[in-house]
Design a protein around this ligand. Structure first.
Ligand code: HEM
Length: 431
């Protein structure tokens, strides 16, 4: 039996289709390809670098539907036939216990885990971090201010959310480079078969690290989230050992790998649009709509984590067969002219701005209030302290992180030495 039945009413490939959606080259500017998909093939089947087939859904309304619709399961076991499950590629059978996290589960397990998570990971807890985030942004800038240059990602956008999520969970902040290295390797595993192999020891290291942190907190509970998760109980429900590991791992990874992209990509977008930079620098009260626009325009999570069709489902006239791997392409929905006027224009005052960057429905991002808080403070502080910020490299020379789901700049060298009148666009000839 074929893994997926033959579908006659879809186009299998487009001319000039990118070879690898997870490559840095594609990440730099995926938007023209997604615009073509929205116009020519809004549900499009592609072969991924891992050799799996996936359906990309690219129009705003369809993406919103896929994110909410229960006909798309998160847990592969709730969608595939026993035969399809037997034929799964080897890497899908690794780390089964780690898949028992919120993002990969359906009701009733998802409902139970989400209620437990919401009990301890509350908007109030995140708001309580405001002063700490403010202090940390100042400290990070104190360290670089005299230098006149910095890597805005490595010196600022990355240490900020990494430190905050480590402190909230209760893992040592001095370990942040280690756990970021492991999580980065795991997240880029989908970029090639070689990286899949490389991801395995890193996933082991990350899991071992979380297990040790749990043991430490069991012996010595503290006022942190790991201790709270060990003790939490809601309506008689508690977290099993593997659910605990998966929950802490998800929060540690999602808690920094996404927000770094929001701050880094958002600042790159501002630096590429000097008039918008100027507007925000002159009126910092615009920071809330500005961050919403960075979420829309740059899509730090480019593609929502996978879903699988529980039955044959028709989307935009195309039948996605039972068991089909479906990707809701958030970055495409966020640039859909059917929803947004002038979607390729960065407008920090855009209103309304119903972007899908935090998802929709039962899996809506649990950390959205924290991500917004961190990005708003980080960007406003940066513009206040370093108003003369300029790019040191031409945008087309900047390195992008590889990986299928996230979209983020890896390094963003900037200078802010000499005072200039107003904010001048970069002199590309000097790069
Ligand atoms: C710019 C920052 C962020 C973006 C763009 C983002 C985006 C998303 C998206 C699109 C989803 C939905 C996934 C789906 O439907 O398959 C999601 C879920 C989730 N996010 Fe975030 N996220 C961000 C920051 C964070 C932070 C800071 C945390 C934690 C500290 C976090 C924790 C989670 C969790 C636990 C889920 C799973 C919720 C569930 O399945 O019930 N995220 N996020």
């Amino acid at each position: 039996m074929r893994w997926f039945p033959r579908i006659s009413n879809i186009r299998r490939s487009l001319a000039d289709e990118p070879a690898n959606l997870a490559s840095p080259e594609f990440k730099a500017n995926p938007f023209p390809f997604y615009a073509r998909l929205r116009d020519e093939a809004p549900v499009h089947r592609m072969t991924l670098a891992t050799k799996e087939s996936a359906w990309l859904v690219t129009r705003y309304d369809d993406v919103a539907m896929v994110l909410k619709d229960e006909r798309f399961a998160k847990d592969i076991a709730n969608a595939m036939t026993p035969e399809q499950l037997r034929r799964l590629p080897w890497f899908r059978k690794l780390f089964p216990s780690l898949r028992r996290n919120l993002v990969n589960l359906d009701p009733p397990d998802h409902t139970r885990l989400r209620a437990l998570a919401q009990k301890v990971f509350t908007p109030r807890l995140m708001e309580q971090r405001r002063v700490r985030v403010e202090r940390l942004t100042e400290e990070l800038l104190d360290r670089v201010e005299r230098r006149g240059t910095m890597d805005l990602v490595r010196d600022y956008a990355l240490p900020l959310p990494t430190t905050i999520i480590a402190e909230i969970l209760g893992v040592p902040v001095e370990d942040r480079n280690r756990f970021h290295r492991w999580s980065n390797a795991v997240l880029s595993a989908g970029a090639s078969p070689g990286r899949l192999w490389k991801g395995i020891p890193n996933a082991w290291a990350l899991t071992r690290y979380i297990r040790t942190s749990l043991e430490t907190r069991r012996a010595q509970p503290r006022d942190d989230l790991i201790s709270a998760f060990i003790q939490v109980e809601e309506g008689g429900a508690v977290l099993s050992e593997s659910e605990l590991v998966a929950m802490v791992l998800l929060l540690l990874v999602a808690g920094h790998e996404t927000t770094v992209n929001l701050i880094g990509n958002g600042m790159l977008a501002l630096l590429e649009h000097p008039e918008q930079f100027e507007k925000l620098r002159n009126d910092p009260s615009l920071i809330k709509p500005a961050v919403e626009e960075f979420l829309r325009y740059t899509s730090p999570v480019e593609i929502a984590p996978e879903r699988f069709a529980r039955e044959d489902v028709s989307v935009a006239g195309v039948t996605i067969p039972r068991g089909g791997l479906v990707f809701a392409v958030i970055a495409s929905a966020n640039r859909d002219a059917r929803q947004f006027s002038e979607p390729d224009t960065l407008d920090i005052t855009r209103d309304p701005n119903r972007h899908l960057s935090f998802g929709l429905g039962p899996h809506f991002c649990l950390g959205a209030p924290l991500a917004r808080l961190e990005a708003q403070i980080a960007i406003v502080t940066l513009l206040r302290r370093l108003p003369n910020l300029r790019l040191k490299l031409r945008p087309d020379r900047l390195p992008w992180r590889r990986g299928l789901l996230l979209r983020g700049i890896e390094s963003l060298p900037v200078s802010f030495g000499a005072r200039v009148k107003g904010h001048e666009p970069i002199n590309t000839a000097a790069c």
